[in-house]
Write a protein that binds this ligand. Structure first.
Ligand SMILES: Cc1cc2nc3c(=O)[nH]c(=O)nc-3n(C[C@H](O)[C@H](O)[C@H](O)COP(=O)(O)OP(=O)(O)OC[C@H]3O[C@@H](n4cnc5c(N)ncnc54)[C@H](O)[C@@H]3O)c2cc1C
Ligand code: FES
Ligand code: FES
Length: 488
């Protein structure tokens, strides 16, 4: 067992011990390492001012990812290289990304600019074939004063004039140094008052959870995967969490396993890692995943974390409910499988014991003839939480609906299926008449609340309109968006 987190800060190997379990990387960088180029804007993952780049070995090469330092705990740096805006220039020479920002007049105020630079840098480090467009890469970086156009022009300049930088020239050496840090030991970091543990295996996590079972609320372990939800409890609700068990040290939870009829997404798999597989399974839902947070959130947040938090407005749960997914859970040596349908019991309550954890979510492939569609309605296109999210799995033969699953977020205290509406649609012809009856049923069945995101009436109207959209797309086969609309 190790009591120090080890990572590379730029080129320097750093060991940190004796810190609070919930110390954020942002506070450590600014307060201890005195690297103040990384800024604090919102301290809740929204603005991107704190964007840094984490580098980890992946499939034999270095993988560069933009992440928000404010929702990252120092223990989560274990085994990574951290690059901040201070690490880009090579001596007195600006990095090509910085130079492009200067040349394109993209440099703005001191709060947002370092974050923009780091997001562009992470994008430039992706192989060209995998590079997302600049607008998508910058969706997690907010500026409310000036404009994005010069920054997008800077991204185009970078694409046109790329050349290896100092870190590329050292990549072999860095890869070897990072791989050497991955020694399968468990990390136990703390200041005598709080404790952050990164178990090295599922067995160890299972054992630790059972050992801590029965603790009072204050002493109950908090599981952390990407910390994009839990980080806000720490930063905004000022919750004291002790102990924290981080899943990121467990290789077996970071796998995506595939078989003929389903894929299994491990509890440590981020949105970014799962995205290609999910889009491959459900091609019509691709736009949804790119609208979950910004790139920084998707590089940290996990698919399973989105289910486990039980949020009624989470986006993955309706999608996976409609898909007919199930969960793998483990408590001590006991493993069980649970239909996702049965996991959400009531607001804030899920069918999971305090000493139990989710190992994976199992997602069935589509059977021939079936389709899965999902639509997210939110006030802003990028980096916003859903007012209403509807996902539908449909087996329609051109005349009759053979089977249907309709799942909603934002329409009740939990994500839910509209079962009575499904029953009305199942087995019948798919006509305007059936649509009207199904919409009336939806209005009876769903009881959304009014809150700052939307009123109950608006939510019901949206749900009914989305059902009509389904009808138009599947029966009339007419477009439901203006040709130049950027949202799917
Ligand atoms: C700026 C921002 C934008 C966001 N945008 C969206 C959005 O558009 N749509 C959306 O749905 N969500 C959004 N989120 C919420 C969040 O990113 C997701 O819910 C994410 O999937 C959570 O995953 P995580 O790995 O970060 O979970 P964590 O924060 O690590 O954990 C979340 C919860 O799950 C529990 N948990 C985690 N793993 C397990 C496990 N294996 N077994 C049991 N319990 C577990 C934790 O104890 C905690 O209660 C956003 C968050 C931020 C900060
Ligand atoms: S400070 Fe705003 S995302 Fe971290
Ligand atoms: S926030 Fe920096 S210029 Fe707008």
């Amino acid at each position: 067992m190790r009591d120090a987190v080890r990572f590379m800060l730029g080129d320097e190997l750093v060991r940190v011990s004796g810190i609070s379990a919930s110390l954020s990387v942002l506070d450590w960088l600014r307060g201890t390492a005195r690297l103040t180029g990384t800024k604090e804007g919102c301290n809740e993952g929204d603005c991107g001012a704190c964007t840094i780049v984490l580098v980890r070995p992946r499939h034999g090469r270095l993988d560069y990812r933009a992440v928000n330092a404010c929702t990252l705990l120092v223990g989560m740096l274990d085994g990574a290289q951290v690059l901040t805006v201070e690490h880009l220039a090579d001596g007195a020479r600006l990095h090509m990304v910085q130079q492009a920002m200067v040349d394109a007049h993209g440099s703005q105020c001191g709060f947002c600019t370092p974050g923009f630079v780091m997001s562009l840098y992470a994008r430039a480090k992706q192989p060209k074939s995998e590079r997302v467009d600049a607008a998508e890469a910058l969706a997690g970086n907010l500026c409310r004063c000036t404009g994005y156009a010069p920054i997008i022009r800077a991204a185009a300049m970078i694409d046109a004039h790329e050349a290896p930088d100092q870190w590329d020239r050292r990549s072999k050496e860095t890869l070897a140094r990072l791989e050497a840090l991955h020694d399968g030991t468990t990390l136990c970091l703390g200041d005598g008052d709080t404790c952050f543990m990164a178990p090295a295996s599922e067995d160890e996590l299972a054992h630790l959870l059972v050992q801590h079972a029965g603790g009072k609320d204050a002493g109950r372990p908090t599981l952390v995967a990407g910390n994009t939800d839990v980080g806000l409890w720490i930063n905004k609700k000022l919750m004291r969490l002790d102990p924290i068990f981080w899943l990121g040290g467990i290789d077996s939870l970071k796998q995506i396993a595939e078989s003929n009829d389903h894929i299994e997404i491990g509890a440590g798999v981020t949105y970014s890692e799962a995205q290609a597989k999910l889009v491959g399974l459900f091609p019509e839902t691709g736009a949804l995943i790119t609208r979950i947070g910004g790139v920084q959130v998707r590089n940290s947040g996990t698919v399973v974390g989105n289910i486990a938090n039980g949020s009624p407005i989470g986006d993955m749960s309706p999608l996976l409910l409609a898909a007919g997914a199930s969960l793998g859970l483990r408590r001590g040596e006991h493993r069980r499988k649970l239909a996702l349908d049965e996991f959400f019991l009531s607001y804030g309550v899920q069918d999971r014991a305090p000493d139990e954890f989710i190992t994976h979510v199992s997602v069935p492939r589509l059977k021939p003839g079936a389709v899965l569609k999902a639509w997210k309605i939110s006030k802003r296109a990028d980096q916003d939480i859903s007012c209403v999210m509807m996902a539908v799995w449909l087996d329609y033969d051109g005349a009759r609906i053979n089977d249907i699953r309709l799942a909603f977020g934002g329409m009740a205290g939990v994500v839910c299926r509209a079962r009575a509406c499904e029953a009305r649609l199942r087995g019948g012809p798919w006509t305007r008449q059936t649509l009207a009856a199904a919409q009336a049923q939806l209005r009876e069945e769903l009881q959304p609340i009014s809150d700052m995101r939307a009123s109950a009436g608006y939510r019901l109207d949206v749900a009914c309109n989305l059902l009509e959209r389904l009808y138009i797309e599947t029966v009339e086969r007419a477009p439901t968006r203006l040709p130049d609309a950027s949202l799917a």
